[in-house]
Design a protein around this ligand. Structure first.
Ligand SMILES: C[S@@+](CC[C@H](N)C(=O)[O-])C[C@H]1O[C@@H](n2cnc3c(N)ncnc32)[C@H](O)[C@@H]1O
Length: 315
């Protein structure tokens, strides 16, 4: 893990347009900051998707049309704290469905906390956690022949470019069998006045989350980033529909990272691109599922029409 982190950091900081992969946001500090982000007044995404999970889990079950007596696997990619999923787990248990829950996350800390909270809150549910990069774990899902329902919530798909998302969904489609289901959470395109504050809140939690990437390089790879010399710098236009997060260097500076054994030069104003958060329309969703074998069977939206959970059947 440390080796891969070091390789990815070196690649990103050596590139002409510097970048850092967003999956490295999630260490213990980043997980805790993300839990804070979800509760921010400006971060409408979690509340909107929670509204769907509070009001419409029965519609999900209707769309999935599962046989109550046949065992199935509920697989979640990037489960995080599982707060929305717990609403679904509660309904599934109440309706006496026969299933195991398989959360996958790159953060061992997030998975341990999720497992512990489920043992307290929903002790009857069988949980099999898997730590790792979901891009790598996808292939291993194929070995099980139980029917599967895959959850990919929180608009995490939006952290990929449309091309990457399409490749990811094609790969996911190949690991599933006909009649397996996918529920894909997607933040809908909306004005800048709503989107931008979600990535640039008044308390500075999203700033700290973004800067934690540099702090993590300092902690784990022996970097010497001065966090005061970088600025959290998000942008969004409704026309493009993509929120972008950057860290902008405030000075000409040289950074040393012991673990990569290299120095990296920054000009004042130079940006490190850290994350995109794509916003969606039905048309963009249709484009990214192209060639994946998924057919849309339902679309559930929250009361304010901010967020959608798209439900697909694997043909
Ligand atoms: C934005 S949070 C969303 C959490 C949850 N799905 C929700 O909707 O609230 C993203 C989660 O995905 C995990 N994650 C990010 N990139 C990942 C990757 N490549 N493989 C596995 N998990 C990843 C993070 O650790 C984090 O828990």
């Amino acid at each position: 893990m440390l080796e891969q982190f070091s390789i990815d950091v070196d690649q990103g900081l050596s590139s002409e347009h510097k970048y850092l992969p967003s999956k490295y946001f999630y260490d213990k500090v980043g997980d805790a900051l993300f839990v804070k982000i979800m509760a921010l007044p400006e971060y409408y995404l979690t509340r909107a998707e929670m509204d769907i999970f509070e009001q419409q889990t029965l519609s999900m079950l209707n769309a999935w049309a599962l046989d109550k007596h046949q065992h199935f696997e509920l697989i979640e990619l990037g489960a995080g704290d599982g707060s929305k999923t717990k609403k679904l787990l509660t309904t599934l248990k109440r309706k006496q469905y026969n299933f195991d829950y398989l959360p996958i996350d790159i953060s061992a800390n997030a998975l341990d906390q999720l497992e512990a909270s489920l043992a307290r809150e929903l002790p009857d549910i069988k949980v099999h956690k898997q730590q790792g990069d979901y891009f790598k774990i996808l292939a291993s899902l194929k070995s099980s022949h139980h029917p599967k329902v895959v959850l990919f919530l929180g608009s995490s798909i939006g952290n990929m470019s449309d091309e990457e998302a399409n490749g990811f969904l094609i790969q996911l489609g190949k690991t599933l069998n006909p009649q397996d289901k996918l529920l894909l959470g997607a933040d809908l395109i909306k004005p800048e006045s709503l989107v931008l504050p979600a990535y640039n809140d008044s308390q500075g939690v999203t700033r700290d989350f973004n800067l934690n990437l540099l702090a993590r390089i300092n902690r784990e790879l022996g970097g010497d980033f001065d966090l005061n010399q970088f600025k959290h710098d998000p942008s969004y236009t409704q026309q493009e529909g993509i929120a972008k997060s950057y860290l902008t260097s405030l000075a000409d500076q040289r950074i040393t990272v012991k673990h990569t054994g290299k120095q990296y030069w920054f000009k004042a104003g130079e940006k490190i691109y850290t994350e995109i958060s794509r916003k969606y329309s039905d048309e963009i969703i249709q484009n990214i599922i192209e060639g994946s074998g998924f057919q849309m069977i339902d679309k559930l939206t929250d009361q304010n029409n901010l967020f959608a959970d798209y439900i697909f059947n694997k043909r």
